[in-house]
Design a protein around this ligand. Sequence first.
Ligand SMILES: Cc1cc2nc3c(=O)[nH]c(=O)nc-3n(C[C@H](O)[C@H](O)[C@H](O)COP(=O)(O)OP(=O)(O)OC[C@H]3O[C@@H](n4cnc5c(N)ncnc54)[C@H](O)[C@@H]3O)c2cc1C
Ligand code: SF4
Length: 569
Amino acid sequence: MNLNIDGKNENTFDAIVIGSGISGGWAAKELSEKGLKTLVLERGRDVKHNVDYPTTNMKPWEFPHHNQLPLDVVKENPIVSKCYAFKEDAQHFFVKDKEHPYVQEKPFDWIRGYQVGGKSLLWARQTQRWSDFDFEGPARDGFAVDWPIRYKDIDAWYSYVEKFAGISGNKDGLAELPDGEFLPPMEMTKVETYFRDKVAAKYKDRHVIIGRCAHITEVKPIYTEQGRVKCQHRDLCQRGCPFGGYFSSNASTIPWALKTGNMTLRPHAVVHSIIYDEQKGKAVGVRVIDSETKEATEFFARIIFVNAAALNTNLILLNSTSSRFPNGLGNDSGLLGKYVAFHNYRARVSASYDGLGNFTKSGNRPNGCYIPRFRNVRKQETDFLRGYAAGLYTSRWPQRSYEGMGEDLKANLLSPTLGPWHVSSHMMGETIPKEASTVSLDTNLKDAWGIPQLKINMDYDANDDKMVKDYLEQLTEMFTDAGFANIQTHDSHQAPGLDIHEMGGVRMGHDPKTSLLNKWNQLHACKNVFVTDGACMTSTSTQNPSLTYMALTARAVDYAVKQMNAKEL
Ligand SMILES: Cc1cc2nc3c(=O)[nH]c(=O)nc-3n(C[C@H](O)[C@H](O)[C@H](O)COP(=O)(O)OP(=O)(O)OC[C@H]3O[C@@H](n4cnc5c(N)ncnc54)[C@H](O)[C@@H]3O)c2cc1C
Ligand code: SF4
């Protein structure tokens, strides 16, 4: 019998949110704004906006290693050092390889950020909506299971989160990439508009547009109220932005939730598992291990939002066993941890362009251009399923001669010339979730907090290889038509993971026999637990996923609170 009634009351809330990254920040904001006493459990340390951004104002010469990582750091971190943003200025926001090991049944580069704000401090802020071509994909092409929602179910929620987060973009009127509530778009360079026009002249279905990104490009009261101002185009976002120019949980949703007086933030709280009460037939709380002291505590609430990022959410649910759910919470179908997938970022094409030599670009633009998916959109037209989007970026750098000695060298260094334009593109391919692609628990290997390590088992398949080939061919053709020179194609064959868009394992669906979550992101078999991060994704589309996690989260909170008010939860 638990006689510590005061202790239990102190640890009891209306809602618990696990994780404070992009999706957890949204859950925290929405729940506490709706008046629920909300506990946010975050395994990492606190990172306060503008207080805990140690490198944000550092000049290049103030970094001991000029923003490069010393070789011993790279050697100690063969996985995370593959991520382009793991540099001296942002390394403190990444999980180092030894800090939270996992088992690679197949090679997988798991890139993580454990702190208040999660990866929202590190993301590249590209934010595109999905369309019905994405939501209808599995049903049309016969893979995975049908999504239980369509674009009309989420359209208003995209608008809702976009207005608060601040999304810059152009209204392009494309059915495959619905427009949003955009702030003014960033500017395209001369070469980008030239390429856009060349592509439009030849292909009706291919579009080169400015990227849609979570940066404030116009002052509005909703941003001022958050203490955020216009993006200054410093392009140093991964250090944490002193202006709140880009959307992060730290600058936006978490302080907003705190201001309601309803949110309690508990950093250093590693969620071990969710407690299921057999008598009540629902989840009643979570078990937490303090990351520093290793002390175990329990917290209780009426509803639980699991937002630990896709793979950690799988881990927590798999580790939440009871007599009712011996194989993980809500896992009646046996599919928990299966049908995980990712994005195929293997391929790149680069080139140079000697034309438009009278033009250059001035300043930085923390954004690129985007070519929405054009393969198999309306009908099947290639020998692979689904398709890819492409990023596009152009730049022009001053080139200096390092020839000579003394005065000659000085003169050469002081007279740079502008080189040709550099054009580069990277592929963002959809991958097919498969039953054989899994995450599971290694019961022999435990982490520092006594929790089983995660085993990751996913890989590319023949569909991905065909898609890479097609992307390389098509971009080469488009670059050639535009008169670009020195075209180089590259397939990195990188392991899955570096795309940092892992998804699935707790997928949504109509049928409890073939899915874990219903159309409200609610576990079919344990209705007061909601999963709204990447784990819920039934398929992966080509778009960057985080905007969809935000919209699904706000939508699920709205539903959960209505259900609570109706005493259904
Ligand atoms: C370099 C980089 C570039 C990216 N670019 C883009 C982009 O342009 N567009 C895009 O859409 N996405 C991008 N992403 C991906 C994006 O960051 C993620 O999709 C997004 O952050 C996921 O949100 P989340 O809430 O699921 O997870 P996160 O933001 O990772 O937050 C999860 C939180 O849960 C915490 N947590 C984990 N386990 C536990 C536990 N057991 N107990 C308590 N807390 C726990 C973590 O510490 C973390 O704070 C990028 C990521 C990186 C790193
Ligand atoms: S580019 Fe904009 S968002 Fe990024 S750090 Fe600079 S001001 Fe902030």
